[in-house]
Design a protein around this ligand. Sequence first.
Ligand code: KIV
Ligand code: ZN
Length: 556
Amino acid sequence: MQKVPKTKYKRFRGVDLPDRTWPEKTIDTAPIWCSVDLRDGNQALAVPMNIEEKLEMFRLLVSIGFKDIEIGFPSANDTEYNFLRHLIENDLIPEDVRIQVLVQAREHLIRKTYEAIQGAKNVIVHLYNSTNALQRRVTFGLSKEEIKQIAVDGTQLCKDLVDTVPGTHVDFEYSPESFSDTEMDFALEVCEAVLKTWDPPVGKKIILNLPATVELATPNIHADQIEWFCRNISMRNQVIISLHTHNDRGTGVAATELGLMAGADRVEGTLFGNGERTGNLDVVIVALNMYSQGVHPGLKFENLNEIRAIYERCTRMDVHDRWPYSGDLVFTAFSGSHQDAIKKGMEQMDPDAGALWQVPYLMIDPKDLGRNYQAIIRINSQSGKGGVAFVLENEFGYKVPRLLHPELGKMVYDLADILSRELTPDEILEAFLKEYSEITSPLFVEDIKEVGRFSETREIELGIDLSWNGEKKHLQGRGNGPINAFCNALDKEGLKHFNLVSFSEHSIGSGSGTQAAAYVQVHRYGNSHHWGVGVDTDIELASLKALVAAINRSEP
Ligand code: KIV
Ligand code: ZN
């Protein structure tokens, strides 16, 4: 790196707009969305999509709700051309979808593009040329006047060729490539010339797309440029201002959002931000940011996992684990305090369908995106006490008593520490039952029967075959219920070394598969407290199993 970077890199100077109004604006309505996955996204893939993959992607984009879809650059090569012909000839483009085709402002490419769109119903011809000083000097060696003329000639040819596609409704989009790096007055001058040439009839708007082809400045500077342009372009009501941000500085989303506040009407971008270099704008993020503020974006992402899977298959790109909304880990809390807060938030959520979403650390309900709560909490040694109970309840239906949470949490976290990894929900259940339920020594019950019932005292008598440290015994005991009778039987034999402290039970599941879970806490005389858990289809047996487990855990 440079010791003095300013000798190599200079600060980007924005447009002078001291009376900017965009900071006071909010995004209250959805923009027109245009997917450029099949063009900007596809052109940036190591292995571009084949026709089947493009078709799958096209169907996906339609199902999400895009009405403008840039399907490619048909004059660029046979695959692009043939894909467009395939869509048209097989009538695969829904009535309400406009396909968009990109073309450089060069005569033979424009002519080829018009050949390619023959027979389509609604098309946006998207013309572009570079307008910024760097490209004018380094790439083209052309003056401003010559660059403007390229745009005007290209537009004129696009207009003249409309008559060659009868039956096709042609809309027109012009992009001054690298708009954000172009002197604003020159970008405006070129766009005015294009506008004058196209001369949109009343009611048929022209799209002026203002790309941040390379993101060079902070998003506020982008917003200033967009507001300045919106204020200064003539015939504003005949023009759709479109944004097309890239993500070189990692702020493509912010630049788009501020650009919308600054007055833009339309957004071009890709799913999950695929595109040249650091990618295009991720439309999923901008749309769901809107949604999380209570504004429906008009795009459907309620099956985000499926959308992501199709995207990953077609592009061979991965979505990062921490990518907003769609990453594997974005609805997962590792920190114990976060887990506890999420659990409380979920428990306290108003069940009314219209209730406001108010869960700490989760800014959106994962369910709205087809992602579920089960994946929210994973357990590792950093997790808090609520996390384990949350998993046992949500995954398996165990309502573990609150008093047991701390030691249960510690037991599971210690295990995660020993294994040096997270535990899956199944492993947590296994550890829970092994520790609190499946303990058969010193007391092992072989058989237990009700041998008497006394209506006057409402007592029962149990006959119990058990072994204690391997020594077989037959005991009898009376009580006002099975637990009481069992304790009394042990007491008579001198085997009761505890007081019963707490007992609770509940059912798990419903119908013929219903099971009962019971939780018993005993206090060993002069010593500590111990929990036991029992599970059985018979509620009384579940409670006795819980008692036996607690006794065994209390014995030294
Ligand atoms: O990033 C860009 O400038 C483009 C144009 C062709 C619109 O993709
Ligand atoms: Zn682009």
